[in-house]
Design a protein around this ligand. Structure first.
Ligand code: ATP
Ligand code: MG
Length: 255
């Protein structure tokens, strides 16, 4: 894989389950070490300057670990302190984020009492608390209700436009990817197969939208073939029914 993401752009990495999206973002955030190759993230070398990379990047993991015996506020204070932010900055940021994510009033409840979507929101707050230059979001809208998903999409586009952040998103929500991303990469089995703007990708395969293009590119558009067994079965059903009707008729006559 060879990626070049210009500063300030929103990049969407798409691909089937198990393609390697999460592995890619975990490597780029210096959370797991690469088997081979190298990368520069925000100008820092992945091998020799991984601490700098962690400092400038915000990361929403796919399956975030939360300390369930902490409240949301305590957890976010803890994350803020890991970034060596001053206490007053942490407190102001937490208030802003809790308001933004509609978590006010619940901030002192233990995280174990939170719903899945609420936990996802707390993780998004944690990813944004140090106002990172580069934001990696692995499935940012999963588990969120439609209103919260809309809010996160608006937030992403606002961060990209106003704050000029570089945003890297892994997602299966292709309408969101089409709406938000300047560039899209599609990876299959760890290989980057296609890269371009959403428009370029859609046009390259003559599709009507990114979803259709994605299905064509990943070879998953033969859904009719996959569901052919249903027709066969329904034919069998018809056939069996006919046979049954004939048998009943015959029985009636013989009586
Ligand atoms: N550290 C590792 N060592 C070896 N294999 C790994 C490692 N991490 C992930 N894999 C494997 O690499 C493949 C890609 O996994 P990954 O989680 O990156 O997929 P993904 O594209 O994020 O999929 P999904 O859409 O389901 O989230 C999987 O088969 C996974 O088991
Ligand atoms: Mg993943």
């Amino acid at each position: 894989m060879n990626l070049q993401i210009p500063y300030g752009k929103t990049y969407g990495l798409l691909g089937p389950n198990g393609a390697g999206k999460t592995t890619t973002v975990r490597v780029l955030n210096a959370i797991i070490s690469r088997t081979s190759g190298n990368a520069s993230v925000g100008g820092y070398n992945l091998i020799t300057q991984s601490d700098d990379i962690r400092r400038i990047c915000g990361f929403l993991p796919e399956s975030p670990g939360l300390y369930s015996k902490l409240s949301a506020r305590e957890f976010l204070e803890f994350i803020g302190e890991l970034y060596y932010l001053p206490k007053d900055v942490i407190s102001t940021r937490i208030d802003e984020l809790l308001e933004m994510f509609d978590l006010e009033g619940r901030e002192n409840d233990l995280l174990e009492s939170y719903s899945r979507g609420m936990k996802q929101k707390v993780c998004l707050c944690a990813a944004l608390i140090q106002d990172p230059e580069i934001i990696f979001l692995d499935e940012p809208t999963s588990n969120l209700d439609p209103a919260a998903a809309r809010m996160v999409k608006d937030l992403i586009s606002e961060l990209a436009k106003k704050a000029d952040k570089t945003i890297f998103i892994c997602t299966h929500f292709l309408d969101a990817a089409e709406e938000l991303c300047d560039m899209i990469g599609i990876i299959i089995d760890g290989e980057l197969k296609v890269e371009g703007t959403p428009k370029e990708i859609i046009e390259s395969v003559g599709a009507k939208d990114l979803e259709e293009a994605y299905l064509k590119i990943t070879g998953a558009s033969h859904i009719d073939d996959l569901l052919a067994w249903r027709d066969e079965n329904s034919n069998n059903y018809e056939y069996n029914n006919k046979k049954e009707r004939k048998r009943k008729k015959k029985n009636k006559k013989s009586r």
